[in-house]
Ligand binder design. Structure first.
Ligand code: 26Y
Length: 817
C-alpha cells in the first residue's frame, strides 16, 4: 500500500482499498489490521479527497489558461449534505468503493452512516447554494463558492417532552476529512477604527482607516465534483484566526491572558451560524460575519484579477460577483473602497465597474426578513463603508430626483437609509442600486417583486429585474437518495437524464403500462418500508407502509402553515371518533423541521403537533387509521430518507409568501404528489405536471391581499364552520394537554383574536376538501401510480442545471470551460 512513487494522477481505481488502508495508517495513525467503521469512513474520504484535489488543480489550470470570466457565488450559508455518496457517484467510484468496503468487512450503507453533514445553513437558501454549486460543476462553469466555515452549524434539534431542545452542532469534532485547511493562506480583515481624511501631494482627497482591529481569514477548501466530467470546483470557507501582530503587542506588555482573550474574541467571528431565517437579529457579530466573508473574498478576487495584469476597467468583463440574498451586500461598498481609496480610481469609474460586477438574488418578500442595520452599529463596525454608502445614496437620489421630479415622497421610500426616530441602512436597496441584475426565485415571486415590494426600483431600473426559477440537483435528489427508482428509470430511458433532466419526459409513455406501474409502486413501497423501519427505531411508532404518507418537512414558520396541517389532522381524528367506520384512508402524517430558537410561536406549534400526535397515536379507537410522527432534526441527511418515501407533499404556505420552495421539487421528482397553494414554484409545477397530477387549493395571492385590505375577520370562519370550531375548541380547551389545559391557548388566540395573519382559517375548508380529493385518489392505486410517474416524468424543468444554465447565459455571461 505504499505510494511514494506513484503520482496520484496515475492511480488506477482498483487501488481504492489499498488507499483506504494507506490513509488508515499514515493519515489517521491507526492500526490498519482491523480498522473500525469510523476510521474506514475517514480513510475513504481522504482517498477520495486525493482524487478530487488532482481534478481541482487541473480544473483551475483550465480556467486560468482560458482566461475565463469567473463567477463568484457569495453566500453566508451552504448546506452541502453528506459528501460520501455524492462524491462516489460523481467520480464513478461507487462500485469500487462497495467492493473495497466489502473486502474490509463493511457495507457502503454502514460507512456512509458515519458521516456528519456540515450544517452551514438554515434551510432553503443554503441548500439552493449547494445545488447550484453541484450544477455549476456539472456545467463546467468557471465558478467559486465563498462562505464561512462556522465551527458550529445549525443546531441539532432534539424533541424532549414534545418540545424542541437545541444542542450545539460540533461538526468539526470528528476531524476534517473533506477539506484542506490553508493554514498558511490568510487575509487580514479590518473592523472598527476611524476614518482620517487628508489631501495627498497631487491634491486628491484621501480616506484612510486608522486604528481598528484586524482578524485573519484562513481559507478552507471543500471540493465539488461535476458529474463524471473530471471537473471540480471549490467552495472556499473562511475561518477566523487571531492575527499574530496583535498578540505580540500584548505579549510585549506582558499581558499573556489578555492576548489569549483577544484571540478567543477574534476567532468568535466564525464560531456559529445564526439559526434564524426570515427575522434578522441585528447583532454586531452577524454584521462582522458578513464583512468577514466579503473582505476576505474580495481580496482573493482582486489577487486573481491582478495576475492577469489588465486594467481595472476590464474587471466586470473578467468577474461577476453573485450575492445570495443581501447578506453579503456589503461587498458593494467594499469594492468601491478598494477602487476609490486604494486604487485611486475616480468615483464615477469605480461605480461604473461596480454596477457591472454585482448581481443579486432576492429570496423573500416577508417585510420582517428584509435586512436593515442600525446606522450607529454600522458606523461603529464599518465607518468607511457607511460613508461610501452615503455617497452612493447621495448620487442615486440625485438621479432619481431628475428622473421623477414630481414625486417628492419617492426619495425617502427608495433611499438606502431609512430615516425615522432611528436610522437604518437598507441592505436590499443597496443591493438593487449596486447590481446590474436583480432576480426572484420563481415566476410568481419575481412578479411580486416587480409589482409590490420593489415596485419603485422596478420603475427606476426596469432592465435589471428578471426571474430565475429555482432548481434542484438530480444527482443528489434522485440518483443518490433514491437509487432503486433511479435504476428503474435508467433501465427504461438510459442515463442521459442525469445531466439532462428533460429526458425524464421519455417516461411518459410508460404511465399507462400496468407492468411499469407495478414496478414503480413496488420501488416506492420498499422505500416506504425503509422509512417505517427508521421511524420505528427513532420514535418507537409502528406505521403501515401501505398507508398514505403525508409529509410536511421544512423550517417551522407561521407562513408555512404547519398549523393548518395539524388542524386538518385533528379534523380527521374527529371524523374517526364520530364514526370509526367512516372509511377514512389510512394515513401517516410525518412532520419535521427546526424552529428558530427564539421564535416562540413556531416552537409552540411544534409542541402542539407532538401533543396531538401523542393523543392520536395512543387512542385505541384510531388504531392504524391515523398516525402522527414528528421526526427530530430535519436536515439534508434526513431529507434524503424522506423524499423517496412520500406520497403526498405538503406545500401549503399562505399565497404570496413562499418565494419558491425547493422541497416541493424534491418530493415531486421522487414521485410524490403535491397538495399546495398557488404560491412560489408550486404554480410552475402545476403548469408542468398538469392539474390532474397536483392538488392546489386556497386563496390566490391577490385574494389574500384583497381580503386583508377589506378587513379579514377570521371569526366568521370559526362561527360558520362547525368542524373547524370543534378543532379550535379542543385545542383551547386542553384536549391535547390535559395536564395543562391552557397550554395551547396562545395558538388559538393568534387565529381568533390576533388577526390570523397567515389566513389559516380562511383556507381551512378548501384545504380539507382538497385533502379529501387526495385520499380518494389514493384509493385508486393504478391512478396514483400514473400520477406519481407523471410527476417525476415532468419535473425536468426543475433541474438546477437548467437554473444555472439560465444564470450563466442571461446574468453572468459565462460558458463552460
Ligand atoms: C437575515 C437572516 C435572518 C436570514 C437568514 C436566512 C434571512 C433569510 C434566510 C433564509 C431564507 C431562505 O431560506 N429563503 C428561502 O429561499 C429558498 C431558496 O430560494 C426559497 O425556495 C424559499 O421559498 C425561501 O423561503
Amino acid at each position: 500500500g505504499m505510494r511514494e512513487t506513484a503520482s496520484p494522477a496515475t492511480l488506477p481505481a482498483d487501488t481504492l482499498k489499498a488507499d483506504i488502508l494507506w490513509h488508515v495508517l499514515y493519515s489517521l495513525g491507526r492500526d490498519n489490521e482491523r480498522p473500525d467503521r469510523q476510521t474506514v469512513f475517514r480513510a475513504l474520504a481522504l482517498a477520495l479527497r486525493d482524487r478530487l484535489v488532482e481534478k481541482w488543480i487541473a480544473s483551475q489550470r483550465a480556467i486560468y489558461a482560458k482566461s475565463s470570466k469567473r463567477v463568484y457565488y457569495l453566500s453566508l450559508e451552504f448546506l452541502p449534505g453528506p459528501f460520501l455518496r455524492q462524491n462516489l457517484i460523481a467520480l464513478g467510484l461507487e462500485k469500487e468503493a462497495r467492493d473495497a468496503l466489502t473486502e474490509l468487512g463493511f457495507t457502503l450503507d454502514d460507512v456512509a452512516g458515519e458521516e456528519w453533514e456540515p450544517g452551514l445553513g438554515n434551510g432553503g437558501l443554503g441548500r439552493l447554494a449547494s445545488c447550484y454549486l453541484d450544477s455549476m460543476a456539472a456545467l463546467r462553469l468557471p465558478a467559486y463558492g465563498y462562505g464561512i466555515r462556522y465551527a458550529f452549524g445549525i443546531f441539532h434539534q432534539l424533541i424532549r417532552d414534545g418540545q424542541q431542545v437545541e444542542r450545539a452542532d460540533n461538526w468539526l469534532r470528528g476531524g476534517q476529512h473533506w477539506e484542506f485547511e490553508r493554514t498558511h493562506y490568510m487575509h487580514p480583515v479590518r473592523f472598527y477604527g476611524s476614518v482620517r481624511e487628508w489631501v495627498d501631494e497631487q491634491g486628491r482627497l484621501r480616506h484612510t482607516l486608522e486604528g481598528g482591529s484586524t482578524v485573519m481569514a484562513m481559507a478552507c477548501d471543500m471540493f465539488i465534483p461535476g458529474y463524471r466530467n473530471d471537473y471540480v470546483l471549490n467552495m472556499r470557507l473562511w475561518a477566523a484566526k487571531s492575527s499574530r501582530e496583535f498578540e505580540f503587542s500584548f505579549f510585549n506588555t506582558g499581558d499573556y491572558i489578555g492576548a489569549v482573550e483577544k484571540k478567543i474574541r477574534d476567532e468568535n467571528i466564525s464560531m456559529v451560524l445564526y439559526p434564524n431565517d426570515e427575522a434578522p437579529e441585528g447583532k454586531e457579530l452577524r454584521l462582522k460575519q458578513q464583512f468577514f466573508l466579503v473582505s476576505a473574498t474580495m481580496q482573493d478576487i482582486v489577487r486573481r484579477f491582478r495576475k492577469k495584469g489588465v486594467a481595472w476597467d476590464q474587471f466586470p468583463r473578467k468577474n461577476v460577483i453573485h450575492l445570495n440574498e443581501t447578506h453579503p451586500a456589503v461587498a458593494i461598498p467594499e469594492l468601491m473602497r478598494l477602487l476609490v481609496d486604494e486604487e485611486l480610481l475616480p468615483w464615477e469609474e469605480a461605480w461604473y465597474i461596480c454596477v457591472r460586477t454585482f448581481a443579486y438574488t432576492n429570496h423573500t418578500v416577508l417585510p420582517e426578513a428584509l435586512e436593515v442595520w442600525p446606522e450607529e452599529l454600522f458606523r461603529k463596525v464599518l465607518p468607511r463603508h457607511l460613508q461610501i454608502i452615503y455617497e452612493i445614496n447621495r448620487r442615486f437620489l440625485h438621479d432619481v430626483r431628475r428622473q421623477f421630479p414630481h414625486d417628492p415622497g419617492l426619495l425617502a421610500r427608495v433611499s438606502l437609509i431609512h430615516e425615522g426616530e432611528q436610522r437604518f441602512v437598507r441592505m436590499s436597496h443597496l443591493a438593487i442600486v449596486g447590481s446590474f441584475s436583480v432576480n426572484g426565485v420563481s415566476a410568481h415571486h419575481s412578479n411580486i417583486i416587480k409589482e409590490s415590494i420593489f415596485n419603485e426600483f422596478y420603475k427606476i431600473f426596469p432592465e435589471r429585474f428578471n426571474n430565475k426559477t429555482n432548481g434542484i440537483t438530480p444527482r443528489r435528489w434522485l440518483r443518490q437518495c433514491n437509487p432503486t427508482l433511479a435504476w428503474l428509470i435508467t433501465e427504461h430511458i438510459g442515463t442521459e437524464w442525469l445531466t439532462d433532466l428533460e429526458q425524464l419526459k421519455k417516461l411518459e409513455p410508460y404511465a399507462e403500462s400496468a407492468g411499469f406501474q407495478k414496478a414503480w409502486m413496488e420501488v416506492r413501497l420498499r422505500n416506504k418500508q425503509k422509512l417505517a423501519e427508521y421511524i420505528h427505531a427513532k420514535n418507537g411508532i409502528t406505521i403501515l407502509p401501505e398507508s398514505l404518507y403525508d409529509v410536511h418537512v421544512k423550517r417551522f414558520h407561521e407562513y408555512k402553515r404547519q398549523l393548518l396541517n395539524i388542524l386538518h389532522v385533528i379534523t380527521l381524528y374527529n371524523r374517526i371518533r364520530r364514526d370509526p367506520d367512516a372509511g377514512i384512508v389510512p394515513r401517516t402524517f410525518i412532520f419535521g423541521g427546526k424552529a428558530a430558537p427564539g421564535y416562540y410561536m413556531a416552537k409552540h406549534i411544534i409542541q402542539l403537533i407532538n401533543a396531538v400526535g401523542y393523543t392520536i397515536n395512543t387512542d385505541p379507537r384510531v388504531g392504524d387509521m391515523l398516525k402522527v410522527v414528528f421526526l427530530q432534526n430535519y436536515c439534508v441527511t434526513l431529507a434524503e430518507r424522506i423524499m423517496p418515501a412520500t406520497d403526498l407533499s405538503e406545500q401549503i404556505s399562505t399565497a404570496g409568501m413562499e418565494a419558491s420552495g425547493t422541497g416541493n421539487m424534491k418530493f415531486a421528482l421522487n414521485g410524490a404528489i403535491t397538495i399546495g397553494t398557488h404560491d412560489g414554484a408550486n404554480i410552475e409545477m402545476l403548469e408542468h405536471v398538469g392539474d390532474e397530477n397536483l392538488f392546489l387549493f386556497g386563496l390566490l395571492s391577490h385574494e389574500v391581499e384583497d381580503l386583508r385590505r377589506q378587513g379579514y375577520n377570521p371569526r366568521t370562519f370559526y362561527e360558520t364552520d362547525s368542524e373547524l370550531r370543534e378543532v379550535l375548541d379542543m385545542i383551547s380547551g386542553g384536549y391535547f394537554s390535559p395536564g395543562d389545559p391552557h397550554m395551547f391557548r396562545d395558538i388559538v388566540e393568534s387565529l381568533l383574536n390576533h388577526g390570523d395573519r397567515y389566513m389559516v382559517l380562511a383556507d381551512f375548508r378548501s384545504y380539507a376538501y382538497r385533502q379529501q380529493d387526495a385520499a380518494r385518489a389514493y384509493l385508486d392505486q393504478p391512478g396514483w401510480a400514473r400520477r406519481s410517474m407523471l410527476n417525476t416524468a415532468r419535473m425536468g424543468f426543475f433541474s438546477s442545471d437548467r437554473s444555472m444554465g439560465e444564470y450563466a447565459r442571461d446574468i453572468w455571461g459565462v460558458e463552460g470551460v
